[in-house]
Design a protein. Structure first.
Length: 216
């Protein structure tokens, strides 16, 4: 049994081959008149009526699309298929002068990172801060580290404040335990589940639990 991945790789290899062969064929001889268009794989006829949006001052509208080979920045050899070009020009109303630049994987990655960035502009910065703060937990606290944790407790990011509480739990000195217990004691009652004090109290309680388990 072939895996999907193998099958996709085969299809891709086949397309690359076909596009290369078609390119050569169209370049080497004037076969344009001989070809029975519909029967050529990797080639799609242009529907001129659907290309009216294109500015054709610079040249004739082509008669057909052919599979185009291109190399993505990542090094991947790809084919922009005639079918995809036809869709791009005639359905999406893209330009007939467009050329494919990035492979599917790179476009997908770009789309995802853009979506993440627009959803949460500080995402990368926060991740860095969390990593830095977590690293503090692995050593004994000095004044600088303690100051950093105090600063993190005032952060605009709740998740960073929670990490600060976790770091305090890892240190587990009498000072930290007193502070954690104060968080727990300040846990608000009532229905407002989104308040920070509740989240802080829960994180502190968890840290104290871990400490107690570690001592056993
Ligand atoms: Zn790529």
């Amino acid at each position: 049994m072939k895996s999907n991945k193998q099958r996709r790789a085969e299809i891709k290899a086949h397309r690359l081959e076909r596009a290369a062969a078609l390119e050569v064929r169209l370049r080497t001889r004037d076969v344009r008149r001989e070809i029975v268009w519909e029967s050529v794989p990797g080639l799609e006829l242009v529907d001129k009526a659907r290309l009216e949006h294109c500015n054709t001052l610079y040249g004739e509208v082509p008669h057909f699309y052919i599979d185009r080979l291109f190399t993505c920045n990542c090094g991947a050899e790809e084919v922009w298929t005639a079918k995809q070009q036809k869709w791009w020009c005639e359905v999406a109303q893209g330009s007939i002068y467009s050329r494919a630049v990035r492979c599917y994987a790179c476009r997908k990655a770009q789309r995802e990172s853009r979506a993440a960035a627009s959803m949460y502009p500080g995402a990368n910065l926060l991740r860095e801060e969390v990593t830095r703060l977590r690293a503090l937990a692995t050593a004994k606290p000095n004044a600088a580290a303690q100051a950093e944790v105090e600063a993190a407790l005032q952060s605009k990011w709740r998740s960073l404040r929670v990490v600060a509480i976790e770091v305090m739990g890892c240190w587990g000195g009498p000072e930290q335990i007193a502070q954690l217990e104060a968080f727990v004691a300040a846990r608000p009652r009532g229905q407002n589940y989104r308040v920070w004090e509740r989240e802080a109290a829960d994180a502190a309680a968890k840290a104290l639990r871990h400490l107690a388990e570690a001592k056993q």
